[in-house]
Design a protein around this ligand. Structure first.
Ligand code: PMP
Length: 371
């Protein structure tokens, strides 16, 4: 049998594993930070209508620049994120993973490096690897925040071409304030290895779940600051694959140099436009999920677990002498959570009230079993 290592793959891919949370068929799946609410029936009908209309034009390539969709995404951000902007400042792709990949294709690459604060979203370093960009691991505090001075020092030491700030951060749930982002932006520009500065990417995949306002207004007057967003979480549309960014129009022009032509299918654009028509309904689900997230934090603390502050739709909890064993026991109780490899900690996504109750019953039982 031929194995990957028998193939002439690039050296940096040898012996590596692909990204992959287990997709197991268990009653309560709280491991991938999905939104637990399926699309409401009237949205499903609207998607069918819009996709049917799009299907009549299927012989044609889609709108290559997705102008209508970017206009609606810009309107959504203008309404909810504190900065009026137009479609020239928004770009969309197949999930924010593709947005991040396009950013590294344009601003990273061989001989360049990206810095992120670990533990953080593992795809940042994996996309760096896939684009030939070096990865530098920056520091977090004991409670998984970003210490401004330590972070600025890391930027000065390593002089990255691209800086990732994930806020709220996956897998910890912690958010950073605007002062820290501004200090890091200034440090990244001062320390930049080239004369034209460094790109700073704020990954706001979970922004709608945060107690804090979006960092989007900071992009005003800062041409190298990018905000990355997704419809996978707040819009309950992980299956759609639609991510987007907001930045200076020049950054939008730059990613167009690397994007594949017609990357967003007609069906994707039609479905995303339908979901955006239902923004208010979908954001009302987000409000319910925020309440459930806060309930998980309170209940976990009530049974003596150590819980990291969360601004996302998931909660990091511990500490366990053997987190992998607790993960396994929870699975025996029919509940799938995530072991991100953070020592002594596990992560649970916020589910429906019933799913969260099932998780809380299971973790109470497991806590008794191991104590
Ligand atoms: N950023 C962060 C921080 C995430 O946690 C995720 C998904 N888990 C993504 C980006 C990518 O999401 P998507 O590609 O579905 O937009």
């Amino acid at each position: 049998m031929t194995r990957i290592d028998d193939l002439p793959v690039r050296d940096e891919l040898r012996g590596k594993m692909p990204y992959g949370a287990p997709q197991l068929d268990v009653p309560v799946r709280l491991n991938t930070n999905e939104n637990p609410y399926p699309a409401p029936e009237d949205l499903v009908r609207r998607i069918a209508e819009r996709v049917a209309a799009a299907a009549r034009d299927m012989n044609r390539y889609p709108d290559r620049d997705a102008v209508l969709l970017r206009t609606e995404l810009a309107a959504y951000l203008s309404r909810t994120a504190g900065l009026p902007l137009g479609p020239e400042r928004v770009w969309a792709a197949n999930g924010s993973n593709e947005v991040l990949q396009q950013l590294l294709q344009a601003f990273g690459g061989p001989g360049r490096s990206a810095l992120g604060f670990d533990p953080t979203y593992s795809m940042h370093s994996l996309i760096a690897r896939g684009t030939g960009t070096g990865w530098i691991s920056g520091p977090r505090t004991e409670d998984f925040g970003i210490d401004r001075d330590a972070a600025v020092a890391a930027v000065h030491e390593h002089r990255p071409d691209v800086l990732f700030i994930c806020s709220p951060n996956n897998p910890t749930g912690t958010a950073v304030g605007p002062e820290t982002v501004l200090a890091l932006y200034d440090a990244a520009q001062r320390a930049a290895p080239g004369p034209r500065g460094a790109l700073v990417v704020v990954d706001e995949a979970y922004a709608e779940f945060s107690h804090r306002p979006s960092l989007l207004p900071l992009t005003e007057g800062r041409p190298l600051l990018v905000i990355s967003r997704t419809m996978s979480k707040a819009f309950g549309a992980a299956g759609l694959r639609l991510g987007y960014l907001a930045a200076d129009p020049a950054v939008v022009d730059a990613v167009q140099l690397v994007r594949l032509p017609y990357h967003l299918s007609t069906v994707t654009q039609a479905t995303a436009l339908a979901a955006l028509e239902f923004t208010d309904t979908l954001l009302s689900y987000v409000e319910e999920l925020k309440g459930e997230r806060d309930r998980l934090v309170t209940e976990l603390r009530a049974i003596g677990r150590e819980v990291t502050e969360s601004d996302a739709n998931f909660v990091q909890f511990g500490r366990f002498a053997d987190a992998a064993a607790v993960w396994r026991r929870l699975l025996d109780h029919g509940v799938l959570v995530r072991d991100n490899g953070v020592p002594g900690r596990l992560r649970v996504s916020t589910g429906t009230r019933a799913e969260n109750d099932a998780f809380l019953d299971a973790i109470r039982a497991v806590t008794k079993e191991i104590s």
